[in-house]
Design a protein around this ligand. Structure first.
Ligand code: TXA
Ligand code: MG
Length: 330
């Protein structure tokens, strides 16, 4: 992770002040950012992404001291989580204040807020706080339903000249989207697993934390099919892989954290994409690997399923969504 020169940050802030959308690195994934208090600017994000208006976007602030500006009477639990994990890869769903335009929340009374720890995002938000809102609404910088970007080059590939400024902060350290925790009611519910796990949240709060595999709130990232490359993805075990390799005429890309599968009998044309056997490193590499496999001219991407272990919860969640058949028209 790195921070671009001051002149680039100044250009980015100018763009935000003029109501434009910029590409912004965070420690999780790159975002498409606009002034969170400027409804017209936020509408441009939706247009660029091709995102339906009812899907809310997350507000990004510099640190926990900004919580009360955007959250209406945050609970003790919300404040505790913000103090402990911000800046960092944790989004809190809280009741919104009047400063948050309806377009940000898709008309909901709740808003997602997080403070990204990436030094570039921090520098930008602090600079943007001088005489301005200091808050940017930002979804991941990919087209709706696609794979999130983890480098500035990914953002450029996706949006080309449609963005005047894409800040380059290097490759994202976490690599998958933030953990989302709903603390807008008196329960604590994880809506999207991420780098910060259930155990860490529970340790901090000392109360049980629920994980909803199928949240009732329809929103991107909680849709069954999401984070998906264009090439169809199959998630399966070693046996499924060996059957595919021996029976399918298709050119296969194999994404694997287990090197021993390369000993299986495989046609010459098979592409091997080696992943780390550690869940955090795997998460860091995941989206770039899916993008590379997607560009490789394969007919199918086979991902060897990681262990069903709490440490792999977030990675397994993204892989299941990538492998889910797409809804027609999505
Ligand atoms: O790590 C991240 O969270 C990245 C970086 C850029 O910060 N952002 C990100 O944004 O993943 P996006 O738009 O791709 O996903 C936002 C998620 C969606 O699943 C959305 O449904 C949920 O946040 N969300 C936002 N506001 C919400 C709300 N009020 N209630 C429920 N879910 C909400
Ligand atoms: Mg997204």
């Amino acid at each position: 992770m790195s921070t671009p020169p001051d002149s680039e940050l100044a250009r980015a802030v100018d763009a935000l002040v003029s109501g434009h959308v910029i590409g912004l690195p965070t420690e999780t994934v790159y975002g498409l950012a606009a002034d969170a208090t400027n409804a017209a600017a936020v509408r441009q994000i939706f247009a660029l992404k091709g995102r339906p208006a009812e899907h809310p976007v997350i507000v990004h602030v510099a640190d926990a001291s900004d919580l009360e500006r955007f959250a209406n009477r945050p609970s003790a639990v919300a404040r505790q989580l913000a103090r402990r994990f911000w800046p960092g890869p944790l989004t809190l769903i809280v009741k919104r204040t009047a400063i948050v335009p309806g377009v940000v929340t898709g008309g909901r009374e709740t808003v997602g807020i997080r403070a990204p720890s990436h030094p570039c995002a921090q520098a930008l938000l602090r600079r943007f706080a001088r005489g301005q809102s200091g808050a940017v609404a930002a979804p991941s910088a990919n087209r709706f339903g696609g794979v999130s970007p983890t480098t500035a080059a990914h953002v450029r590939e996706e949006f080309g000249d449609q963005l005047g400024v894409v800040l380059d902060g290097g490759a994202c350290e976490v690599g998958i989207e933030s953990t989302i925790v709903d603390v807008s009611t008196n329960r604590v519910r994880v809506l999207r697993p991420g780098h910060i796990g259930l155990a860490q949240l529970q340790d901090c709060l000392g109360v049980p934390v629920e994980f909803l595999e199928q949240p009732t709130i329809a929103a991107p990232g909680t849709l069954a099919s999401h984070y998906a490359p264009n090439t169809p993805v199959t998630l399966g075990d070693r046996t499924a892989l060996s059957v595919l390799l021996s029976s399918s005429p298709a050119r296969l890309a194999v994404v694997t954290h287990d090197r021993s599968v390369t000993r299986l009998d495989a046609p010459e044309r098979t592409g091997w994409f080696h992943m780390s056997a550690d869940p955090s490193s795997y998460a860091r590499e995941l989206y770039d690997t899916l993008r590379r496999a997607d560009r490789g001219g394969y007919q199918r991407i086979f991902v060897l399923a990681p262990p069903k272990d709490p440490r792999w919860l977030a990675v397994n969640d993204r892989l299941q969504r990538a492998a889910h058949p797409r809804d027609p028209g999505e």
